[in-house]
Design a protein around this ligand. Structure first.
Ligand SMILES: C[S@@+](CC[C@H](N)C(=O)[O-])C[C@H]1O[C@@H](n2cnc3c(N)ncnc32)[C@H](O)[C@@H]1O
Length: 323
C-alpha cells in the first residue's frame, strides 16, 4: 500500500469498528445464533430497515464475521466471539470503546492544550462517578474489564507462587476475575476483593475463601493481608491520587508483605495511544518501569522482582526496604 493510500485508510479506520459495534448493540450476532438468521426475521427482531440492514450484513460478510447461504446468515469464528454466550465473548469490549471513550477522543485537542481529561470537560464528571449513575454503562465497562481480565490473567497462578501468602487482597479488582483465579487455585488461602459497592454488586458467584469488601480504595481498608494486588488501577490515577491508594495498601500490609503492581510499562511497550486514552479519560497516563519505582520509593518500597505476565503487561513486586 502506498503512503497516501495508507493515510487515507487510517482516516476511516473507525468505520469498520463502528459497524461491528452497532451489530453488537443490535444483538445481530446473538440473533443469528438463535436462529433468527433471515433478513425478514432479523428486521423484525431488531426493528431494522431493510436496505441499511442488508448493507450492514454485507459488510459483516466482507469482514468474515458471518456468511450467507440460501438467504440465511451463519456465524463464522470471529462473529461467535461477539455473541453474549460465548465462553470467550468480546461483546462488551466491542461496545465499550465507541461510547464515551470515542466522545473523549473527538476532543483530544482539548486534552493536548489543557492537559486535562476531555471526558471530564464533556460530561462534567469523573469517569467512575459517571458510570456509577448509569447501570447500563457500569455493566458495559465492568463486563468489558472482565473480558480483558479473563484473557490477561489466565496464567497468573503459573507465574506467581501465591502459596507463600496466607492473605491476599485484590484492590480495585472489579468483578474479581483475577482474585477468583487465585482463590480457586489456593482454597486454603484467605482472599479479599475490594472495589466500589456498585461494582461488587455485580458479582454473582464467588469461592468460599473470597471475601468481598465494598468500599473506596481512598479510605482505610481496615484489614491486614500479606499480599496486595493493584492491577490496572494505578494507570487510572495521577501521582497524587496514586500515592493515597499506595499508602492505604501499605497500611493494610502485614510485616514483610508484598505489593504486586500489574500494568503495561510504557518504556517496554509502545503504549502511546493507550496513554493518550488514559489522559482523555482520567488525569493519568501509562507510566514507565522507572516511574512506578519512583512512586513506590517515596514509601521506602523497593522493586524485588519484575516478571512478564503476558505480551502487554508486567508484574512488579515491591517489598519494604529494611535497613
Ligand atoms: C481499569 S479497572 C481494573 C479492574 C481490574 N483490576 C482489572 O485489572 O481488570 C479499575 C477498577 O478500579 C475500580 N475503582 C475505581 N475507583 C475506585 C475507588 N475509589 N475505590 C475502589 N475501586 C475503584 C473500578 O471500579 C474498576 O474496577
Amino acid at each position: 500500500m502506498s503512503i497516501k493510500s495508507e493515510l487515507k485508510s487510517t482516516f476511516t479506520s473507525y468505520w469498520k469498528y463502528m459497524a461491528l459495534r452497532s451489530a453488537c448493540i443490535l444483538n445481530i450476532f446473538d440473533e443469528i445464533q438463535n436462529g433468527n438468521n433471515s433478513i425478514e426475521k432479523l428486521m423484525l427482531k431488531i426493528n431494522a430497515s431493510k436496505i441499511p440492514l442488508e448493507t450492514l450484513l454485507s459488510f459483516l460478510i466482507e469482514n468474515k464475521t458471518i456468511i450467507e447461504n440460501n438467504k440465511k446468515f451463519f456465524l463464522l469464528e470471529k462473529g461467535k466471539f461477539l455473541t453474549k454466550n460465548h465462553p470467550e465473548t468480546l461483546k462488551e469490549s466491542c461496545i465499550l470503546w465507541g461510547g464515551e471513550h470515542l466522545n473523549a477522543w473527538q476532543n483530544l485537542t482539548f486534552t493536548i492544550q489543557k492537559n486535562k481529561p476531555a471526558f471530564e470537560n464533556i460530561f462534567k464528571n469523573s469517569f467512575f462517578d459517571f458510570i456509577k449513575n448509569d447501570n447500563e454503562k457500569l455493566y458495559n465497562y465492568q463486563y468489558a474489564m472482565a473480558e480483558y481480565a479473563r484473557d490477561d490473567y489466565k496464567n497468573i497462578t503459573d507465574i506467581i507462587d501465591f502459596s507463600k501468602f496466607d492473605k491476599i487482597a485484590d484492590i480495585g479488582g472489579s468483578k474479581g476475575v483475577l482474585i477468583k483465579n487465585i482463590a480457586k487455585k489456593f482454597p486454603k488461602k484467605n482472599c479479599i476483593l475490594l472495589d466500589l459497592p456498585e461494582v461488587t454488586n455485580l458479582i454473582k458467584k464467588k469461592p468460599n475463601n473470597l471475601k468481598i469488601i465494598s468500599k473506596s480504595f481512598f479510605e482505610d481498608f481496615n484489614f491486614k493481608v500479606d499480599a496486595i494486588i493493584l492491577s490496572r488501577v494505578l494507570h487510572d490515577w495521577n501521582d497524587e491520587k496514586a500515592e493515597i491508594i499506595i499508602q492505604n495498601c501499605i497500611k493494610a500490609l502485614n510485616y514483610d508483605g508484598r505489593i504486586f503492581i500489574i500494568e503495561i510499562m510504557n518504556d517496554e511497550i509502545k503504549a502511546n495511544l493507550l496513554s493518550i486514552n488514559m489522559m482523555l479519560m482520567t488525569e493519568s497516563y501509562e507510566r514507565t518501569f522507572e516511574e512506578y519505582n519512583l512512586l513506590l520509593e517515596k514509601f521506602n518500597f523497593k522493586i524485588k522482582l519484575n516478571l512478564k505476565l503476558n505480551k502487554l503487561q508486567t508484574i512488579l513486586i515491591y517489598k519494604k526496604n529494611e535497613i
